[in-house]
Ligand binder design. Structure first.
Ligand code: MRU
Length: 331
């Protein structure tokens, strides 16, 4: 991710390790301030996942892999550290996948830092392949819609949903991206910030404007995913489901871009996916200001499930699969 720091291009990832610490861009401070925070143990990494310093399923997975590296380096009980990291957020499959991967690597005697680094590198390689495959779906002149942030920040680098968009732009296709702001945590601002860095034409819109723009003319919708069940039902940021329903009504292809680590083939369908409920204050407050009348309560699911029947296909590092081909993601 080539971040523009005061006009000087600086190449950074969402999470990495150096000098015995784990470092992350604090996504709560973006897009206004680029602040790098550092962590010395796995408890701090778990807290950073919980409080959304780092977000997006693949980035959360990489952060957890680095958390396991810190636990091992600090001679902490690996299984207890795994439990703490896995308890940090419930929905993103990558978190569980990454921790289990690290347990297996450490039990096989792998060097903890090399194992965490190569887990993180492998995500970036997968995103690059997702970009190659997905860009074939985007034609010159296409208007694309996305939701939440499935860019470099959410995936260590490059992105899942944003990878085909970046690639299509690199290929010289003239594209335009509608970005929903993604209430309440405004991950759409991060997507817009990434597109701005890359010079990709786009507009932010409110979440509830998506039907309006789809009716006016959107060629393709691509989002990321937090967990994909064996039947293709997909949990992604709240607001994804309604976009998929409108897309089907208007015959707009709706794609999910995700690596193997997001597929949970042990979960039969979307009803079995745990949906994280977050605090009321994310809705009733904006910063320090209360916007809801005192005494009003809010309910705040962080994700929704889009049934597979609304999904045209999955853009993965192994190619583009129809929902009934998902079994190919096993091993
Ligand atoms: O709550 P977050 O910010 O961690 O959720 C991220 C998402 O839901 C994104 O939509 C994303 O597509 C999944 S990660 C690439």
């Amino acid at each position: 991710m080539n971040i523009c720091l005061n006009g000087t291009g600086t190449d950074m990832r969402a999470v990495w390790s150096s000098g015995g610490k784990v470092r992350m861009i604090d996504q709560r401070r973006l897009p206004h301030d680029i602040v790098v925070v550092e962590f010395k143990d796995h408890n701090e990494v778990a807290e950073a996942i919980r409080n959304m310093t780092i977000r997006g399923a693949p980035s959360i997975g990489a952060a957890a892999a680095y958390g396991m590296y810190l636990a091992s380096m600090n001679k902490f009980d690996i299984m207890k550290a795994a439990e703490t990291l896995k308890a940090s957020r419930p929905t993103a499959n990558d978190l569980f996948y990454a921790v289990d991967h690290m347990i297996a690597e450490l039990n096989n005697g792998a060097d903890p830092l090399i194992a965490a680094d190569s887990y993180s590198d492998s995500i970036v390689e997968k995103c690059s392949k997702i970009g190659e495959f997905g860009s074939s779906l985007i034609a010159d002149g296409n208007k694309i819609m996305t939701h939440c942030n499935a860019g470099a920040l959410a995936t260590v680098d490059i992105g899942t949903a944003l990878a085909p968009i970046r690639k299509a732009h690199e290929q010289g296709k003239k594209i335009f991206v509608y970005v929903s702001e993604t209430r309440p945590r405004l991950q759409g601002m991060l997507t817009a910030w990434e597109l701005l860095q890359e010079g990709i034409p786009h507009s932010l819109m409110t979440d509830n404007a998506s039907g309006h723009f789809m009716r006016k003319g959107v060629d393709i919708i691509i989002t990321g995913a937090d967990r994909i069940a064996a039947n293709g039902d997909t949990a992604n940021k709240i607001g994804t489901y309604e976009k998929a329903v409108i897309a089907k009504e208007l015959k707009i292809p709706f794609y999910i871009a995700a690596p193997v680590s997001t597929f949970d083939l042990d979960t039969k369908n979307g009803d079995d996916i745990v949906i994280e409920m977050r605090s009321e204050e994310e809705i009733t407050m904006i910063g320090d200001m209360r916007v809801a009348p005192a005494g009003v309560h809010a309910v705040n699911p962080s994700f929704d499930v889009t049934p597979s029947g609304y999904i045209t296909g999955f853009i993965t590092e192994r190619g583009i699969l129809r929902p009934d081909e998902i079994h190919k993601m096993r091993n």
